[in-house]
Design a binder for this molecule. Sequence first.
Ligand code: UD1
Length: 341
Amino acid sequence: MKILITGGAGYIGSHTIIEILENTDWEVISVDNYANSSEATYKRIKEITNKQFQYYNVDLKDVEATKKVFEANPDISGIIHFAAFKAVPESVAKPLTYYDNNINSLINILSCQKEFNVPNLIFSSSCSVYGNVNELPVTEETLLEKAESPYAYTKQIGERIVDDFIIVNNNYKAISLRYFNPVGAHKSGLNGELPLTTPNNLVPYITQTAIGKLKQLTIFGGDYPTADGTCIRDYIHVSDIASAHVLALQKLIENKDFQNHNIINLGTGKGVSVLEAVKAFEKVSGKKLNYVIGKRREGDVQAIYANNQKAQQLLGWKPIYNIEDMMLSAWKWEQNLQNNL
Ligand code: UD1
């Protein structure tokens, strides 16, 4: 069975390819344009899994180039659509770039899904679709508030586009997975997040500060109405996120108990503050982190964490890593990057 992974050289995409190659007999075809990733990641996936797969350098905004991948592989059974821009502050600064990339890529993928009759789709969504909610934890039934950033809005619109597409093409099935905050690295330490420029996300910022690539971490806001004044997030190990994709696609293929478009939260269910995340890093690495508390960052929500019952019940999924495992694996990866790559 052939599975198309868009954004397969990216952070979550590459960990999902590893999970697929290690646990299934599916054939992987990856598409990426390396806008925020590197082709070298494929080499690392091959080293870890000792398996081969096809890959294409294609920008999914280019519908003709995208079609060619489907023409060359007319028997694809499922698509996992990761490819998107994902930095909240960058999306605030460059809204049109985010709308253009994230929305047009999705439309082109869905057009090809229809034209080439691919029955199953997994769409990468995000907890950012919830906005600033009044009640925590959020379930999939929680009403979506205003998107706090263009990035978040591309995911709200993306889910809606998938919804509308599936309604009129009800021989297809889709799952949107709402990721909370994916962090950490493969347990081998050989694959992890690879920011091409200064990272926006907390964990690579922490590890790069600890190793000396960056001078100091600024914690964005210490005056939020939370226990320690910093924002709360639901950090989830990227390998737990990856395993959920395999389970979700298996469920779609088996076609049991699924509505045409299902939405599922992927989080641990535990809220962790920025300061707690920093402390967890300091504990597992044995290093004192240089940080200051600064101003709030635009586009940030105050607190969010998941109710993950639906993922547990429908997918039989349970995250296995805790915040210390996440930090330790991210730290191992950062050290490996410095030493070997
Ligand atoms: C957001 C989305 C998430 C998405 C991710 C992709 C929300 C609620 N979540 O995560 O769904 O997958 O983008 O990038 O919008 N922080 C600092 N200093 C830093 C960097 C971050 O204090 O240098 C803080 C942020 O203010 C935030 C937390 O760390 O409170 C996590 O930030 P980050 O890793 O950037 O992810 P989110 O913006 O929460």
